[in-house]
Design a protein. Structure first.
Length: 114
């Protein structure tokens, strides 16, 4: 299993970013996918989840209405569209899948600051 995130960066409050996670090494369309984040000094938390087919999603209360998770199974890619970003969204964002074991990407840094 390999997960490679991209799309992080620095943005001002109120801005937007779109993260991508390219997956390989497993049958992508068979597995639910998640995005997690970890801020300095805090535990890793799940921010969004999407079912294998993409019809169901779930969000942390802190990002509901601002973040959207989506996937394109033919491209083995899951996305996280982040709008109305706040300084408290600053964290390293990770892609996650459970395929017999927990698998994580290397993470991508998102910094929201004026």
């Amino acid at each position: 299993v390999q997960l490679v995130e991209s799309g992080g960066g620095s943005v001002q409050p109120g801005g937007s970013l779109k993260l991508s996670c390219s997956a390989s090494g497993f049958t992508f369309s068979n597995y639910a996918m998640s995005w997690y984040r970890q801020a300095p000094g805090k535990e890793r938390e799940r921010v969004a989840w999407i079912s294998s087919g993409g019809s169901s999603t779930n969000y942390a209360d802190s990002v509901k209405g601002r973040f959207t998770i989506s996937r394109v199974n033919v491209n083995n890619t899951v996305y996280l569209q982040m709008n109305s970003l706040k300084p408290e969204d600053t964290a390293v964002y990770y892609c996650y899948v459970h395929v017999r074991v927990n698998s994580w990407g290397q993470g991508t840094q998102v910094t929201v600051s004026s």
